[in-house]
Ligand binder design. Structure first.
Ligand code: SF4
Length: 580
């Protein structure tokens, strides 16, 4: 919040081409980020309307620490997910949070559907609605290039856009933010596409008053020193999250070939070490981050016979390498880059795309679907089929692609093959086959993401597996605390720096009189808000099922048992029911 006592919400109605700014002092208790966004979303949610309905809101929120403290770089997005049909929540870094802050808005509330494709220009003076018919159909890179030229503006600028996947309603279409970051998961791109909203350009140039400069400086310097002078953030700058490839492979937790295996013989070749040694050319940082975890590599692409090449720069990280590498049996960085380039251009979520294609490969082997319906031969380890299929998911030349483009949950409801679909809570799995806590955590997390509660980390704690109540306690506590960090706008990679006493000091230095207990209460309240909204959208934890594949392929904890997971799920359900 720009002012500790109020929240400035920019309301935009795309259908009416109207906007207004409301001061909402009663929202100040939610701090910002996901707290404010969740509250605003639940105010406008239409439970009986699908995710793509014009009246369904999309809310963006930044936090009180945005821009003024290190690593406070994230913008939260809350929406109804077209992939799961329920709670949609996603986070993006780079310049968006800073641009919104400098433009003077704590949250943006978008509703309606534009009559024709539009893009928005948001600045301190409000909103301009601009014709995007010339951009419709362009990929994310081309769209960014045009808008960088057309909308030079002043101050900080952020460019948020969708690609053809969002325009065509692929349920796992993402949103590109400033080229190297994304609202990746759960289909925000399709929601923007349904609103005929191709892009948003935000210009910010205000300054931010700091009430207690001395206290602010002291805590700022402490946080900065912990980020750069200790080992806490070293891994993120060094190899980045791509460093997880070899460690997860060594643990037997690297999902490989549609999770038929938990180790990949090609892991060395697509490891963070190999990507760095052979391709890394630069590390980038979100503005206000002294760490710089964004690893950008050089992909040399052949575009014609006769030794014709062009060089492309692409950001990579663990999730991309897992979903578009080991999960599809691809062991050459060049092949992984070719798929990264395609998902970036098309505006697809890489994780869901890889998991859908992994399932389709096995479904083809089992005779559940047919090559003629795909127009491509899918084989683990074979790039060409996967490249063609990514385009197929977007262009949907056959009915089968149209079904797959709705996500694996809906596709398997129609086609069968749920047993070997790597879904958790109807969302495609993240790349951690570590054990019970990961599976439980993604299944029960409010947005069905491994980032809701970090179950994969609990699986790596010796002894915790023997304490089922302890697992449930820790997942709930982690999700509640992450709600606080996500309301502040802090990058979750910095969660070990922003412990509760540090967070209290940051807020107090900004004139927000919060204590540790207030924060704990707030985290729980936001969690309850989400659970109540999920219930209104029809989600019922007693109906969730976990596909058999998770019990067939060994994990870090050995082969899992359905009865043990069933017991964990019952305990979790009982705890949630007690809160309700
Ligand atoms: S650690 Fe990475 S994602 Fe987080 S703020 Fe820094 S550059 Fe951005």
């Amino acid at each position: 919040m720009l002012d500790a006592n109020t929240v400035r919400v920019l309301y935009i109605d795309l259908g009416r081409r109207e906007w207004r700014v409301d001061e909402r002092p009663e929202l100040a208790r939610y701090l910002g980020g996901v707290g404010v966004a969740a509250k605003l979303f639940t105010e406008g949610l239409v439970p009986d309307a699908e995710a793509s309905a014009p009246e369904q809101p999309v809310v963006l929120g930044i936090g009180p620490l945005t821009t003024v403290f290190p690593l406070a770089t994230k913008t939260a997005a809350v929406f109804r997910s077209p992939l799961t049909g329920e709670w949609g929540e996603s986070y993006a870094g780079m310049r968006l949070a800073m641009a919104l802050r400098f433009a003077g808005y704590d949250a943006v509330y978008l509703t309606g559907r534009a009559q024709r494709p539009v893009y928005l220009v948001v600045d301190r003076d409000g909103v301009s609605f601009k014709d995007a018919r010339g951009l419709w159909g362009l990929d994310c890179e081309e769209t960014g290039r045009c808008l960088r030229e057309w909308e030079q503006g002043r101050g900080f600028r952020s460019i948020v856009r969708i690609g053809p996947a969002g325009e065509r309603g692929v349920a796992f279409a993402g949103v590109n933010v400033d080229t190297v970051r994304h609202f990746g998961r759960l289909g925000l791109g399709a929601v923007m596409g349904a609103k005929n909203l191709k892009a948003m350009v935000v210009h910010g140039e205000k300054s931010i008053p700091i009430p207690d400069r001395r206290a602010y400086r002291a805590v700022y310097e402490e946080i900065h020193a912990r980020a750069v002078d200790t080992e806490v953030m070293e891994k993120y700058h060094g190899l980045g999250t791509a460093g997880n490839v070899l460690s997860l492979n060594a643990m037997g937790a690297l999902p490989t070939r549609n999770l038929r295996e938990n180790r990949f013989e090609g892991a060395e070749r697509i490891s963070g070490e190999a990507f760095a040694q052979k391709t890394l050319i630069r590390k980038l940082a979100c503005p206000g981050c002294p760490v710089g975890c964004i690893h950008v590599g050089l992909y040399r692409r052949s575009f014609a016979e006769g030794h014709e090449y062009e060089s492309i720069t692409l950001a990579y990280d663990y999730e991309l390498i897992y979903a578009l590498g080991s999960f599809l049996g691809l062991s050459e960085p060049g092949d992984v880059y070719a798929l990264i380039e395609a998902v970036e251009a098309l505006g697809l979520d890489a994780i869901s795309s890889g998991v859908v294609l992994g399932w389709a490969t096995e479904a083809l082997e089992k005779g559940l679907i047919h090559t003629a319906d795909l127009g491509a031969e899918l084989r683990f380890g074979d790039l060409d089929g996967y490249l063609a299929a990514l385009h197929g998911l977007v262009e949907q030349p056959t009915p089968l692609y149209a079904v797959l483009a709705r996500g694996l949950h809906r596709a398997t409801a129609e086609l069968g093959g749920r047993d070997f679909a790597c879904l958790l809570g109807n969302n495609e799995m993240a790349g951690y086959h570590t054990g019970y806590a990961f599976i439980l955590g993604q299944t029960v997390g409010a947005r069905h993401s491994h980032l809701c509660n970090a179950g994969y980390a609990l699986d790596q704690e010796p002894g915790l597996g023997e304490d089922p109540e302890g697992v449930v306690d820790r997942l709930i506590a982690e999700e509640e605390w992450r709600n606080v960090l996500n309301s502040l706008g802090v990058c979750l990679f910095a969660r070990n720096i922003y412990d509760p006493p540090t967070v209290v000091r940051t807020l107090n230095a900004l004139g927000v009189p919060a204590g540790a207990e207030d924060l704990a209460q707030l985290g729980a309240e936001i969690f309850d808000l989400k659970l109540a909204a999920k219930k209104r959208m029809g989600f019922d934890l007693s109906h969730v099922t976990v596909p058999r594949r998770y019990f067939e392929t060994s994990t870090l904890q050995g082969t899992l048992r359905e009865d043990v997971l069933g017991d964990l799920l019952s305990r979790y359900r009982a705890r949630i029911a007690a809160r309700a």
